[in-house]
Ligand binder design. Structure first.
Ligand SMILES: [Zn+2]
Length: 60
């Protein structure tokens, strides 16, 4: 699988798989934690999140 953020094969790095919503949702692959956080910030997924791990990004 390729990282959804940088398109690198996740198996060559430290792959992480994130599944949103339902337990049977398709997992979203990231090659490392940096790509995961960058993707989340760009997608604005931190808005309205229950845990504000990045207050600057969470602000409207
Ligand atoms: Zn990546």
């Amino acid at each position: 699988m390729d990282c959804v953020y940088c398109d690198s094969p996740v198996e060559e790095h430290h792959p992480m798989y994130v599944a949103e919503g339902a337990v049977d949702a398709e997992p979203t692959p990231f090659c490392n934690y940096a790509c995961l956080t960058a993707y989340v910030e760009e997608a604005g997924l931190v808005d309205g999140a229950c845990c504000n791990w990045s207050p600057d990004s969470a602000q409207q």
